[in-house]
Write a protein that binds this ligand. Sequence first.
Ligand SMILES: Cc1cc2nc3c(=O)[nH]c(=O)nc-3n(C[C@H](O)[C@H](O)[C@H](O)COP(=O)(O)OP(=O)(O)OC[C@H]3O[C@@H](n4cnc5c(N)ncnc54)[C@H](O)[C@@H]3O)c2cc1C
Length: 539
Amino acid sequence: MDITKKFLISFDTEKMSSLETDVLVIGSGVAGLRAAIESSRFGKVLIITKSKFNENNTERAQGGIAVVLSKRDSFKKHREDSLRAGKKLCDVEAVNILVKEGPARIKELLKWGINFDKEKGNFLFTREAGHCMRRILHSQGDSTGKELEKILIRKVKQNENIRILEYTYAIDLLHKEGVCFGAIVEIKGQGRKVIYAQKTIVATGGIGQLYRETTNSVVSTGCGVALAYRAGAKIIDMEFIQFHPTTLYIAGASRILISEAARGEGGVLRNKFGIKFMKKYDKEKELASRDVVARAIFNEMRDTKSAYVYLDLTHLNVEFLKKRFPYITKTCFSFGIDVKKHFIPVCPTAHYMIGGIKTNKKGETGIVNLYACGETACLGLHGANRLASNSLLEGLVFGYRAGICAGESMGKRRKAFKITNKFKDEKLKELDREDIRKSLKSLMTRFVGIERDRETLLEARKEMIFWSSYVIRRLFSIPEGWELQNMLTVAKIIQESALLRKESRGGHYRKDYPVENDMKWSGKHIEFSIKDGCRIGKI
Ligand SMILES: Cc1cc2nc3c(=O)[nH]c(=O)nc-3n(C[C@H](O)[C@H](O)[C@H](O)COP(=O)(O)OP(=O)(O)OC[C@H]3O[C@@H](n4cnc5c(N)ncnc54)[C@H](O)[C@@H]3O)c2cc1C
C-alpha cells in the first residue's frame, strides 16, 4: 500500500504566492492556542485552522480539567491515578511534569479571567472515573471546553504578535531532508499558498472521525499525524484508541457525550432489561477506567442484542442535575428524555487518540524545526489509556512547553527558497469520496474498534490496501480529498499497530490475546515512520 508519498500535491514554491512568519501553529484548540501565546513572546506567530477557530474538540470538552489544587490532594495521588490508568506504559517523567506544572497553568487561566464553578468561594471539584478523589475543575457545569477556548481566544486576539487565519487547510508540511520550513496551505477564497516559518507547531487534535460513531468534532481527521508522517516524523502508540463509554444514543441525534462526571456523581449503568451490570466487570463498578467500562457496555450490548445500554440518573436530585449538567439535561429533554423519569440510552464511541506524533517533553519531533503538542502528539504521557480530564491539562502544560521551546530556539528568518514536488496527474475517473469515507469509518468500527483480532485486522488491511491503491495516488485539489487521503494513511497505521501488538492493554483489546502480557510487551511501543516502516521498541 502506498502510504510512502512525501507530499500529496505537486508544487513549486517559487511559483506560489507566500506568507512569512516566525512561528506557524496549525490548529486552534487548547494546545495550539497555548503554544501560540507562549511563542509570541519571541516573535510573530500565525495560527491557521481548517474551520472556524472554535470548531474543535477543546470546545466540546465537558467534564473538566484534572489538577492538584485542593489541600487534600497531592501530586503523588494524581501521578498514581494517571499511571494506573496508563497500564504500565506511561512515561513517568511526562506524568510528573503534567501534575507538577498543571497548577501554574491553571493559575494563569484564572488571571486571564476563566470562571470555574465555585460554592461559597471554594472550587467545586468533581470526581471522575479512575481518580481516587475529587480533583476536576469545571465551568458552567458541563461547558468547560467552551469557557477555556473563549479565554484563550480572547488572550490570542489581544496579542499583537499573533494572527489567526480561519478556514485555512494545511495540505502538507514544507520539508526537505529532515528539516521543516513551514507548510503548504489552501486558504478558502484565496487558494494555495506557501507559509514559510522558522518553526512549525502541529496541534491538529485527534482522529475520532475515522470511526462511524464518535464524540469528536468534524475536524478530527488525523491530519497532523499524516502530515508529520509524510515529513518523516515518527508516529507511535497508534493502536491505543480510547472509546468513551457513554455517548447519547438516539437515532437522529448527534453523538453527544454524557460526561464521565455523571457517573462520578452517582449515575448507574443498566442493560436493556434494566439490570445493573458493572459489578460483574470491575470492583470499581461505574468508576472503573474508561476502557473497562466501554468494554463492559459493549459486551452487554452484544449479549442483550441491543445498540445501547442505559445510564440511570433518576435517583439523583433533579435540581442538582440541571445545575451540574445543564447541557446534557437540556439535550436529553429536547429528545423527549426527562432525566428524572427516564433512563438515558448510551453507547461507547471513539473519543481520544492516545498515540500520535512522537515528541520529547519539549514538543520536539526529531524533524528539525517541527514541534507537536496536544492530542496529535504522543510523549508517553497517557501510556495505554488516558485518565479522564488529563488532556485539557496536557494541552496547557505541553502546549506551553512546545511554545517556549520553539520560541527560544528561533534564529533569523530565511529568504523564500525553492522546494518542488512533481507527480503526474493520472486523470483518474471521478471518485465518490463520501462513499469511501463512510466505508472506511464503518470498516474501522467493525474491524479495528473496541475489540479486534488477527482476522478482523487482516480483513481491514485488505480493504485499506485496495482503497488506497486508487485514493492515495490521486491528485486532489480540495480539502475533502486530502482529508480522505490522510484518514486512510492514519487508519492504516492504527490497523498495522493493532496487528503487531499481540496482547491487550488499556485502549487496545485483542480478542485473540485478551490479557496484558508484561513478559513480552511491558515498556514496549510500536513506532511507524516513512523511512523505517514499523518497529517495536522502548521509547
Ligand atoms: C466531547 C468531548 C469531551 C471531552 N471532554 C474532556 C474533558 O472534560 N476533559 C479533558 O481533559 N478532555 C476532554 N476531551 C478531550 C479534549 O477535549 C481534547 O483532547 C483536547 O481538547 C484536544 O485539544 P487539541 O488542541 O489537541 O485539539 P483540538 O481542540 O481538537 O483542535 C485541533 C485543531 O486543529 C485544526 N486542524 C486539524 N487539521 C487541520 C489541518 N489539516 N489544517 C489546519 N487546521 C487543522 C482543527 O481545525 C482544530 O482547530 C473531550 C473530547 C471530546 C470530543
